[in-house]
Design a protein around this ligand. Sequence first.
Ligand code: ADP
Ligand code: ZN
Length: 599
Amino acid sequence: MCDVLRDVFGYDSFRGDQEAIIKSVIDGDSGLVVMPTGAGKSLCYQLPALLNPGVAVVVSPLIALMADQVTALKALGVSAAAYNSMLTPRERNAVEADLRAGQLDLIYVAPERLMMDDCLRLFDEVPISLFAIDEAHCLSEWGHDFRPDYLTLGRLAQIFPDVPRLALTATADAKTRSVILDKLRIPDKQQWLGGFDRPNILYKVADKVKSFDQLMAFLSTQPRGAAGIVYCQSRNRVERVTEKLNAAGVKALPYHAGLDDDVRARNQTRFLRDDSLVMVATIAFGMGINKPDIRFVVHHDLPKSIEAYYQETGRAGRDGLSAQALLLYGAGDVMLQRRWIAESTADDAHKHVNRGRLDALINFCEATTCRRNILLGYFDDQRDQPCGHCDICLTPNSLTDMRVMAQKLLSAVIKTGQSFGITHIVDVLAGRKKEKIERFEHDKLSVFGIGKDQPDTLWRALTRHLVAHNQLVVDEQRYNALRFTEHSRTVMRGEVPVLLRSSVTEHIRRHSRNESKGDSNSENSPPYNDDVFQHLRALRKQLASQDDVPAFVIFADITLIEMATHIPKTLEEMATIKGVGTQKLKRFGAVFLNAMQEY
Ligand code: ADP
Ligand code: ZN
């Protein structure tokens, strides 16, 4: 088992439960594997597929992505094929012939195809080592990715009672897990729960002030040529952000449901193939994409829920290298979602659930304690210790009580008759003699100029905070006028604290005094030789486009980084690098050695 691990995959040890899971599958047991993205679920069926007689049938919902998985396996010297509607009749016949001749170790099939009679008959003719059911949460009507086709997989246990079934997923709460076990007839005790934590992802939330500037500042802290996703709420915004990024010299592509199918497919392929692209997308993008080197996920707008956020950010850093998730948190987005929920046609019970989900998300955004613990707690994975690797843990976490400023703000709102938007209110507080102020005689009010010692952005941040806590609303029917809610009076009387994180308030004060020195480049430089790494990446890209395969099929980033760290000088040294198995050593070892010597 360890020989195959070393020779084929180029790894020297198993991770987590991999070994135990693989042993149990080899022994013929079914099981359910819940492990976070990037933990290494694929190995759990790929290795048994090589060791046990017969072909392993991998059920996967995404036909478009099967080809890449197959290519990656072939590059390891594994005999694999995809069997789906994208094949020409000739290709199909060839796969069927290989299958019958017992030449395939793995075959990837979509569920709807697998369960068709002719397909079942075909598989009945050949020995099968196991069924691997990927993205198994698609079986659950409760989940967010329910696929009716998956339900028919329940029949596998009857038709092939002796073939083990291994279900795999990254997100399944208790309810979803019990559905999977039940439908696939997997014994309760055969569950492998690998936790939900993604320790290599650094979570950050920032108050949305000037979103594009914030996005650019964030991108400037990323490693050279890093690939990432920027999620936006609407198609329109996807288009706008893509244009602005390209104009600013960042290579970006759009992806949303409004684009033609072929444009979408082309952009997705380019993103998977090209190392250093930014995909600007609606949530239509991302399910199942297998790109291990996505370095960041930015939420330009508020996601739908913590589940959605965790799923979307989970696409970063599958290779285990450090990755970042940034969420831009704006009061406007909160208002918008509140309104969507209120105006949706869902019944009251659903609205109630959706409101609860939004509140949990707001709670996460406004967190004053470790963000990771809030996320994990949401999935019943409770921790006591702060993680040390989120923005809250990394910045001094004191709170400033802004209640006096809040009182001033609310007074200005009430004295001007709850009819004006934030800009005007701030002008009143700052004591600006603008035409509109004089026209309404707001310069005669007692609140005029009572806030001139504070920057506008701080008033805006405070307004966002009050709106998020339902202590103030933006009336979109009336020119975004700020109005009171039932909670506003207690705040205005100063009866409740208004706590903002000191880091937010200090940050704003510093920036507004124009003292910012651009903390953007403070990120420390990598421990390996980055120039060599970039050189190797360029070589990899060239090889990948020659073969028309995604870059990671040649080598993963982590493998190139190991090369750039240890700089192997011989093929023997090269063979000790993680991710360099026999096949890849043969094909690429010398080329990469040369590239390093040259350098
Ligand atoms: P998942 O399907 O759980 O998201 P993958 O199977 O795609 O994760 O594996 C994630 C990454 O970890 C891949 O780059 C894979 O090659 C690597 N990997 C898996 N198992 C090991 C291991 N035992 N040692 C080193 N790397 C591993
Ligand atoms: Zn933390």
